[in-house]
Structure formats: C-alpha cells, structure tokens
Design a protein around this ligand. Structure first.
Ligand code: IVH
Length: 701
C-alpha cells in the first residue's frame, strides 16, 4: 500500500475576514505543510516560507491569547519539565502479541493453521485474509483524541497502566494534534514511536562530539530503540523535542460510536487507510495477504528489504483483516489469537573480543576496531566492530577477552554496544590509543576539541598512500583509468609504489608480472597514465587529497591564485581571501604544504611530466557577505557547523554565538532550539542551508 498524497486537494483559503479565521487558516496551512514535510517527505514550499507562516501565527497568537488552542502547531513544544510522569490506566488494555520466534516460513504456517483450526475451517475452505505489517522496533504508544484533539499520550507500561508522556509526544511532528471532524468523539490511535537510523547515527555523532568537548553527563545511545525510549521518557519536553522521533500507526484502542457520516470500520486495512488519511504515517509496505503462502512471501520479501529500510524492524506482524473475525477469535492470556509476530535474525548478539586493532583511514584518522569471534548478527557474519574513537573505547571499556554485545543494523558499520560485566578475564588490559601510527610509525596526534587521533605521516604513510593514490587517480581528480583498488593494493604491498609519483614510473614488465594483469591491460594502463599527465590545476589540487579541499575549493583556489606555486606559498591570511576558504581550510592547506615530503611529491609529479595550464590570479572579488552577521542553530543537512562557519567567514561574514538585534541571518537546521525562537521573536531573517549556499554564491550587490 503506497502512502497516498493525502492532502493533494485544494489548499485552504489564505485570506480570512476575521483574525480568528486568519489564525485558523494559518494553522491549517501549517498542518498541511508539516504533513507534506514530515510524513510524505514531499514538501511543496521552502522552509523559509514555512518559518514565515509559523512566525506570523506566533505573532497573531501572542496578540490574541484568547484565541490560543492546544492543537495549534505552535504548541508542540512549550511544556515545563516534570518531576515525574503521571500514571494512566488504559481504557482498553495494550496487549502484546505472541511471537513466532521461528525465523523460517513455518512461523507463518503455524499461525494460519491455528486460526483456521479455531474457525473450524477445512482444507477446501478459502484462505483467510490477513494484513501483513512491519514490526517496528520502538515503543508502543496510545494516543487519545477527544473531540478530535490530542489530549493524552501514554506508554504501554504493563499493558494496564502506562505513563502520561503527552508533552513529549506532542513534539513529534508526524503525530497530528488534531483529527478531522468526522473522527469519533473518543478515538485512541496506537502505534510505534521510533527513531530512524540516520537520526540515531546523527544523535550519537553529536553525543560523541559533546563527550570529546568534555561536556559532563553526556553519553551515546545503544540503539535507536533505547534512544527513542529515552526521549519519550524525558521529563523535560525541550530535550525530547531535540531528538528526532518518528511514528507509525498500526491499531486503535478505545473508540466511541462513529459520528454521523464518519468512518465505520469493518476491516483492519480500512482502519489503517482511514488513519493514514487523517495524517498518521502507515508503513508503505503494509499489504493484504491471502492465506499462509502470501504471509510467507511477505516475510521473505521484507527480509530482503530489511537492511535498506531507514529504520529497524525486528520482524513482521500478521493480523486477521476482518474485525468481526478478530472479535470472534478473541484472546488467550493477554495475547490476541488474531495476530502474531514473525521474527528475523536478531540485530544484536553476544561474542568475545579477540583483539583490538587500530585502523588508519585515507585522511589519517585512527579508528580502534574490535576483532571478534565470528558471530551471526543482523543476517551476516561479523568479525570486526568499530569502537569509533578513544573516548568511546574508554567509556565502554572494551578489553581483549571481554564478552560484548555487537549490533549490526542495515548497512551501518557493526559496533560494540557494551561489555558484559562479570565475564572479564583477570588480566585483561585497558585499551589505550597508540601515540604513533600503527602503519608508518609517524606521530599520531589528537587536536583539542577533536575526537580522533590522526597520523601525521600524510602521503608518506602506506595506509594513506593507497587511498591517496586511488584519490589522485579518481575520475573527478587527475583520472587514471584502470588504476583501481585491487591493483593499487598489490602495487603498494609489493612496494612497487612507495610514493605517489612512482605510478608514472611503472613499466610494462613490472605491470604484466602482477597477478591477473594481462599485457593488454598493462599497456592500456600505461596509456592512461600518459594521458593523465595533461591535466588542469583544480583536478591536480583536488587529487592531492588535502584535508578539507574538495572539488569546489580546489576550483576556487585555482581561479584565485592562477598558479600552483602561489597556492603552495600563500599564507593563511592570503588563503582566506579566497571565497570558499575559511580558517580551518586555510590551516589545512598550509599544514599540507609545510610538510617537506608533500612538497617533494608535488615536485616529483611535475618532474614526471604532469602539467596543466596556469593562469593569472583573479582580481580580488568583493566578498558577498561583508558586514553581515550570522548565527547558526541546529544541525544543517550537509554542512557541519564548522564548515558553515568557515564558509561564511570566507565570504566576509561574521558568525556570532547568540541572536541579537544586530544579527542579519539565523541559519537554522534540524533540531534548532532557543536561538531560532529568539530570531523569530526579533524578526531576524531565518534561512536554511540552501538559502545560505545561495547567499554564499551570490555576487555582492
Ligand atoms: S500490534 C494486539 N503491530 O510489538 C496487538 N505491534 O508485542 C497489539 N509492534 O508492544 C500490537 N510493530 O510495540 C502491532 N505492526 C505492529 C507492530 C507492533 C511493532 C510492537 C508493539 C507491541 C509489540 C507487540
């Protein structure tokens, strides 16, 4: 069932004669756009336009407090921190479902057989109709709407009594605060609050940064489910609002008689369709299935998709579609006979740590990696799991010989989640990061405020050399066709290539003697190498793999300086004059060319015949953002905070830490907090990353 474009109807009127009418129209518009943005993932207006409507509504509500209502889009965040949660007795108990732990097709078969037997159906009777759903790995929530307004949200608790988490649940943009007038007077919607994998990874990345900066009391989260549960059970709704939570509806609790003209539900599928039409997200994979065979096919098909889903599922759920039939089937010991969960292999498993290695990446980043006794987790055999960095390894205190929980979900790199205390060997040594690069022996340094150690060996380090060569040979850099990773690996391991320029010294005989290298491919490669010598300055610069120098920066540098020597000798101040280059990038370029062995590499490449056309330095263009002050808040989709700051400064602008009347622009990203509110209050222009990039690119007026 595809999630239909629910609101593709006519837009509500913009103009209304009364203030109340105008407020109502604004709220409706904001609801519609929030739904398009958060649920359908298909916004039709720019973020800044949304912000403008939001600010307008806030202004009107402030001027007319008597017109404020709890279901206004401005009221998602705003509750005070609680001391504890109130208890909520569920009107209709929140049951659990029986689990077919059997991950094989038998799980679906057993369920269907039980239902058929219960209904006294024989082999010749038609198949039973089911709805097949995903089993989301989050936490169950009951949403109670009275007269169409969300009045209470409660956790499942023990099924009878849960906790009132209304304030936190209101902050989830995917959950409607209001239902259409046709909804029953009392309508309880049930579903799963969860965190998408990308939101979980981003949250943990931010947590790791906070830990690296020495902020006390911060920790990383074990998995998306725990992160979601932690956010829902946050006493301070402002913190809950910063965690990006999502929601899928899959059922109902108490419902009163339908309204006149309102929906009457005969099947579970109709119910889901109605909930979806009211704005609740329902997973697009939800299907009607006839009999066991289609359930098995569903289990198998979703099993293949599981890794590619943007969130964790631990199985699928089958439900009898016909609600009258569900009623007839009833319950056994708190579990309905009409539903079952059919699992997939677990995404977390126990194993032991055989050793801790330190890997060196292309940019010299040192990553501690636990070598594990092979374990089947999340559908594959895992033998390595990342420990991320020194702080994480130390916080989790992983030691050789330890029994650990490993998690692998989707295509995310497997990670050690935690150590099982009590199973440690007596003499297990605490892990410490080496102070030298395990590959080349150069010093490894961790700069202040950074979470990672880096090897300072640059192009001299073999670990970086392989990657450096591949980067240089990349299609978008100097481009050497046919110089792929297998070949580079062999050439570096055999010590045929010790430094990057050695690629131009490769002879036919040396190449043809390598594994799997035919004479024809060897001569093709030599031809490609020859061809690559005629390049351009931006490609060459980009190909050097200087940290923070991407294609765009390489182009900007080439345009600005015209000649390579001018770039190699430029001071940081001169580099900053280039639009696109800020202090961090400038320092990185300077550090790179200050290393004699990097300069040596450049000279040798030139000596091998690598050339490009040099130009004249460009006239220093006026900076587009001179005199403008920016404040950055929240997480931007692509640029890190440092990058954004860097680029604003490079364009002549200033970045301040807090919003004041002097602020020209607030750049807001996801989970923007109080700075955004302050900016809106002061009428400061609020822009998103796209608008910022446009400003950065625009010429000065
Ligand atoms: S239906 C009476 N459907 O699994 C049936 N549950 O033990 C009530 N869950 O606590 C649950 N996805 O948190 C249902 N599509 C789905 C589900 C689902 C996840 C969770 C839910 C519940 C547990 C069942």
């Amino acid at each position: 069932m595809a999630t239909p474009d629910l609101f593709a109807q006519s837009e509500p009127p913009r103009q209304a004669s009364s203030v109340a009418g105008h407020i109502a129209a604004l709220r409706e518009q904001l609801r519609l756009h929030a739904h398009r943005y958060y649920v359908l993932d298909a916004p039709t207006i720019h973020d800044s336009e949304y912000d403008r409507l939001f600010t307008e509504l806030q202004g009107l509500e402030a001027a007319h407090p008597e017109l404020m209502t709890a279901d206004s889009p401005t009221q998602r965040v705003g509750g005070k921190p609680l001391d504890q949660f109130a208890s909520v007795r569920h009107r209709v108990p929140m049951l659990s479902i029986r689990t077919e732990t059997d991950t094989e097709p038998t799980g679906a078969k057993n369920f269907d057989s039980r239902v058929r037997k219960e209904m006294s159906l024989g082999d010749s009777d038609p198949p039973i109709e089911y709805v097949a759903e995903l089993k989301f790995d989050g936490l169950a929530i009951n949403l109670r709407y009275e007269h169409g307004v969300l009045v209470q949200a409660a956790t499942r608790g023990d099924g009878e009594v849960g906790e009132d988490v209304t304030q936190n649940i209101r902050t989830i943009n995917q959950i409607p605060l209001k239902l259409p007038a046709s909804a029953p007077v009392v309508m309880e919607v049930r579903g799963e609050v969860y965190m998408r994998r990308a939101d979980f990874e981003a949250l943990n990345e931010r947590q790791r940064e906070k830990i690296a900066q020495g902020i006390k009391g911060e920790k990383t989260f074990v998995n998306p489910r725990n992160a979601a549960a932690g956010a829902v059970r946050q006493l301070d709704p402002a913190i809950a609002a910063q965690r990006r939570l999502s929601f899928f509806a899959y059922g109902v609790g108490e419902i009163t008689q339908p309204q006149e003209g309102g929906p009457v539900f005969a099947t579970h599928y109709e119910l889901l369709k109605t909930l979806n039409s009211w704005g609740f997200p329902v997973a697009a994979q939800t299907r009607i299935a006839q009999g066991a065979a289609e359930l098995i096919a569903f289990h198998e098909a979703i099993g293949h998709q599981r890794d590619r889903l943007p969130y964790d599922i631990d199985g699928v759920v089958y439900k009898v579609n016909n609600l009258a039939l569900q009623n007839k089937l009833g319950f056994v010991t708190r579990e309905p006979r009409w539903a079952v969960a059919h699992k997939y292999p677990a995404q977390e498993q126990l194993t032991t740590v055989l050793g801790i290695d330190v890997q060196v990446g292309r940019t010299g980043k040192l990553t501690p990696v636990a070598r594990l006794a092979p374990v089947f987790v999340g559908g594959v055999t895992v033998t390595n799991a990342t420990l991320h960095n020194e702080d994480e390894a130390r916080r989790k205190d992983v030691r050789v010989g330890d029994t650990v929980i490993v998690r692998r979900a989707g295509d995310v790199i497997p990670e050690v989640v935690s150590v099982l205390p009590g199973k440690r060997l007596h003499d297990a040594q605490i892990f410490t990061m080496p102070r030298t690069c395990p590959v080349c022996g150069s010093a490894a340094v961790r700069e202040e405020g950074e979470a990672d150690y880096r090897c300072t060996g640059g192009l001299f380090c073999a670990a970086q050399r392989k990657e450096a060569i591949l980067h240089y040979a990349h299609r978008r850099a100097v481009e050497v066709e046919g110089l792929g990773d297998k070949l580079v690996e062999q050439l570096v391991d055999a010590n045929v290539i010790r430094v990057l320029p050695d690629i131009y010294k490769l002879g036919l005989t040396a190449l043809a003697s390598l594994d799997r290298m035919a004479e024809k491919s060897a001569s093709n490669l030599i031809e490609a190498l020859e061809k690559s010598k005629q390049t351009t300055l931006p490609r060459f610069l980009f190909g050097l793999g200087i940290r923070h120098v991407g294609e765009a920066t390489a182009k900007a540098l080439a345009r600005h300086f015209g000649k390579l020597d001018a770039i190699m000798d430029a001071t940081e101040e001169q580099l900053i004059e280039v639009g696109d280059v800020g202090p961090v990038v400038a320092q990185s370029i300077r550090t790179f060319f200050d290393q004699p062995h990097n300069r040596e590499v450049v000279e040798q490449l030139r000596a091998c015949g690598v050339t490009w056309e040099e130009g004249e330095p460009a006239a220093v263009a006026p900076k587009p953002l001179s005199g403008k002050t920016f404040v950055i808040t929240g997480t931007l989709p692509n640029l890190s905070r440092d990058e954004a700051k860097d680029r604003i400064e490079a364009a002549g602008g200033k970045v301040a830490g807090s919003v004041s009347k002097k602020t020209d622009y607030a750049v807001a990203g996801a989970e923007a907090g109080s700075k955004l509110l302050k900016a809106q209050e002061l009428g400061v222009a609020v822009i998103d990353e796209t608008a910022l990039l446009t400003l950065l690119a625009s010429p000065n007026d």
